[in-house]
Design a protein around this ligand. Sequence first.
Ligand code: FRU
Length: 512
Amino acid sequence: MSGVSKIYDYDECFRPQYHFSPPRNWMNDPNGMFYYDGEYHLFYQYNPFGNKWGHMSWGHAVSPDMVHWEHLPLALAEENGEMIFSGSGLVDWKNTSGFGIDGQPPLIAIYTGHVPGDPVRQYQCIAYSNDRGRSWTKYDGNPVLDIGKSDFRDPKVMWFEPGAYWVMTVALSVEKKIQFYESADLKSWNFLSEFGPAGSTEGLWECPDLFALSVDGDNSKVKWVLQVDIDSGSVGGGSGGQYFIGDFDGKFFKVDEANSPKFLTPESSPGKMLALWLDYGKDFYAAVSWSDIPEEDGRRLWLAWMSNWQYAQHVPTYPWRNAMSLPRSVELRTTASGIRLFQMPARELKQLRARHFQVAPFVMAADSKLDVVPEITSSLLELKVEFEVKDAQEFGLRLCESEFDETAIGIALSSSEIYVDRSKSGFVDFHDDFPGRHRAPFLPEALVRLHIFVDRSSLEVFVNDGRIVFTEIIFPGERSHGIELFSIGGSTGLLLFEGWTLKPSMKSGNRG
Ligand code: FRU
């Protein structure tokens, strides 16, 4: 990045046009996200030297709106045999760390130092910036928390206002535990408590996040969300994210029985389904929320790495590998099964809308297939579709469709599920774990609402206001622009079908 003058045109095959991707080279987890002085900061696990995982360092970008990104030089580099693993960032408003100068709050990054060897060492470190994040200094008293473990990583730090101290949420990955520590100054940390194993314990636990949210928008009802990723054994296979709903009193996280999954018995699929999943697609990992979003905004915003450890090193893209999901706002709402997390695309994305198109409502006859809006040939799309359940057994739509490929979104009433099927989505055979149909349990009521985003090589589907989400990468043919509706074994009402072609946002200001 820094010192390299080549300008990538962001028009390579499969290059996302409005999702964040690094100019070149390998990227995994989002890191260190905070908002300060009009800028959303996004750091990310980055290999400055290649298109595969290695030499982990923190890449960096800033944005006024989470949609248009400006790349900045590497923030934290691998040094002296110590890689910079995932972690968080924040504004130290009260200068508790003492790193501030001239009355300006210092910006702090909290990361895992990873030292390969036998044994591997992982410990928590901090770095600070006094120039709006443009340069970073590693604290000379690092590590700030070392318990002598090999799998102790991904610290997320927040200010706990009632106790007026910092809380670190960090994973003991192999033990499938989350630990909590407190600190007055970000430099010395005391153990508070731990949580787990619980929920899905098949894979390593990584990249936790902890935050409070009001329930149903009612500020007198607050619950805490503990987000925990697992590197394998997720609902769609491979890596994915689960969450717990409960209370955090500044010391302990206590999960709510009433808001835990109870629709499946432990016998039905041990470990696997007794979790609340963030996403039913395969490509939403290490979600982490922005710190220091202004109170007057009030949203909890996050994004995730849009890939899966099963095949991330093999995806057919060059000279970069992997992108981030869309920025989303997360909310808690009461459902018949208890309180659940809902995710919706951030409203800032509306500025990308270009050409509007729509189809008048009609009833799709039994066993019909219908090419809609054939004049739309963009692979940057936002769609809003509303189906009325009638007597069809299965209905939905196919996107990125041609005579050779398609990606299907379907509601199958006989098996009570909603699915995304990318087994014929184009280039699928670069890895055995890539093609497939990914499912979420779903008992539709009268209406099914879908909000869909396509960006050349990705598809995000928000179902019924974000109660269920699918995030999937796809590699369709260059001319696979078809949008087809289908209704099998009966009819289906189409109440709404409208969309927009979208403008690219990643082309300007992207110096590699
Ligand atoms: C998750 C993860 C983290 C780790 C980082 C290393 O994807 O394994 O636990 O900090 O990636 O790149």
